[in-house]
Design a protein around this ligand. Structure first.
Ligand code: OSB
Ligand code: MG
Length: 390
């Protein structure tokens, strides 16, 4: 038997004996602009778990600044090192599904939780010799892909970018909008691409006073409008959804399956964007998938400008049966000149990504790239840190 693995009855237990956090800095090939700001360089926390011979990798999707949600790279590092890692280290787990309840008493901080939780699922998949996507119950072997296009400096630049992505074969295009960058750029895209599967993401930049604008957008045949109103709202979104024909899709407002249920029951949205970080990891994402399948609600996998590790987790998530719409899971090269995995994530000319066949992530880590990008690391192990007394 491997160290870190023990048999209790016929249950295989996992016990995480070491955790390494690494902060890497990765410049984006082009800045990414949303209604809340511009990002030029990502500060990403990578998680490496050890349990006997087995390893597992995770990525924290918190942003550099608390503008998408309240978490940041630094707040996640703090929550991971002072609260979550001590709870996890040395504890016997029956399966990766035990991690989310273990973190339950810690409020919020779902991106920090997901960085560890997804890494335990990945470790478990490797130990079983299975691709992560099969291990979580995925069924799709090829996932439909869309792109998210940031706010551009001119309509001409936006059109160039849309032409490029359509040429690459992506199945739908989402553009970021903010007050003053909505109707005009969208009409320009529509006149050149009348049949394009097109949608928008406002990242909470509008209010109910903008209903006349949303009525105008209704005429553009958009697939959906993502998170038009406040980041913490599901009440006003229900009012807006009653006023417009275009489906509302919620992102920021949905933190777990219960939020999803309430939002659908209230009519706040017709579609959900699921992000592993925002919901705390695979366990909760799988719960949302199950609820939406039972209620015939379409969902899709969102993105947070992940490097290869997080991108591979998103690919796995997108293979679940409920993820019927193209997600924001796209090729590595759109964001990074050299990704943290090799080969990088690539998209077929059909605008799909093929689910990998090798165990775990299904991508090798590019250690040379990671080492060159690392600015700090911290190691934790069962010898140093005992499990928290909870
Ligand atoms: O709201 O979906 C969002 C990126 C950073 C923060 C929030 C969002 C996004 C994206 C990018 O839209 C999606 C991607 O990773 O390609
Ligand atoms: Mg969004």
């Amino acid at each position: 038997m491997l160290p870190g693995q023990s048999i209790s009855g016929d249950r295989v237990l996992i016990s995480i004996q070491s955790v390494k956090l690494s902060e890497i800095r990765l410049p984006l090939v082009h800045f990414f602009e949303t209604s809340f700001g511009r990002t030029y360089e990502r500060r990403i926390i990578l998680v490496q778990l050890g349990s006997g011979e087995a390893v597992g990798y995770g990525e924290c999707t918190a942003g550099e600044d608390p503008l998408y949600n309240s978490e940041t790279t630094d707040s996640a590092w703090h929550i991971l090192s002072d609260f979550l890692i001590p709870r996890l280290l040395g504890r016997d787990l029956e399966s990766a599904a035990d991690v989310a309840p273990l973190f339950g008493p810690v409020r919020g901080n779902r991106m920090a939780k997901a960085a560890l939780e997804t890494a335990v699922w990945e470790l478990e998949a490797r130990r079983k010799g299975m691709p992560l996507w099969k291990h979580i119950g995925g069924t799709r072997t090829e996932i439909p892909c869309g792109v998210s296009i940031g706010i551009q400096e001119s309509i001409e630049k936006l059109l160039e970018q849309v032409r490029r992505e359509v040429g690459e074969g992506y199945q739908r295009v989402k553009i970021k909008i903010k007050p003053g960058w909505e109707n005009e750029p969208l009409r320009a895209i529509r006149s050149e691409f009348p049949d394009l599967h097109l949608m928008v993401d406002a990242n909470s930049a509008f209010t109910l006073n903008d209903i006349p604008l949303f009525r105008r957008l209704d005429k553009l045949g958009l697939m959906m409008i993502e998170q038009p109103l406040a980041h913490d709202d599901i009440v006003d979104h229900a009012v807006l959804q009653r006023e417009i024909a275009t489906p509302v899709c919620l992102d920021e407002s949905i933190h777990h399956a219960e939020d999803a249920r309430k939002a659908f029951e209230m009519g706040s949205c017709r579609i959900i964007n699921v992000k592993l970080g925002r919901v705390g990891g695979f366990t909760e994402a799988i719960r949302i998938n199950r609820y939406c399948l039972e209620h015939n609600i379409p969902i899709w996998c969102g993105g947070m400008l992940e490097s290869g590790v997080g991108r591979a987790h998103n690919i796995a998530l997108s293979t679940l049966a409920g993820f019927v719409l193209p997600g924001d899971v796209s090729a590595s090269k759109r964001y990074y000149a050299r990704d943290t995995v090799c080969p990088p994530v690539v998209v077929t000319e059909r605008g799909t990504i093929l689910a990998p066949e090798t165990p775990g992530l299904g991508y090798e880590l590019d250690w040379e790239r990671i080492a060159a990008a690392t600015v700090r690391t911290q190691q934790f192990s069962t010898e140093k840190g005992k499990p928290a007394d909870v």
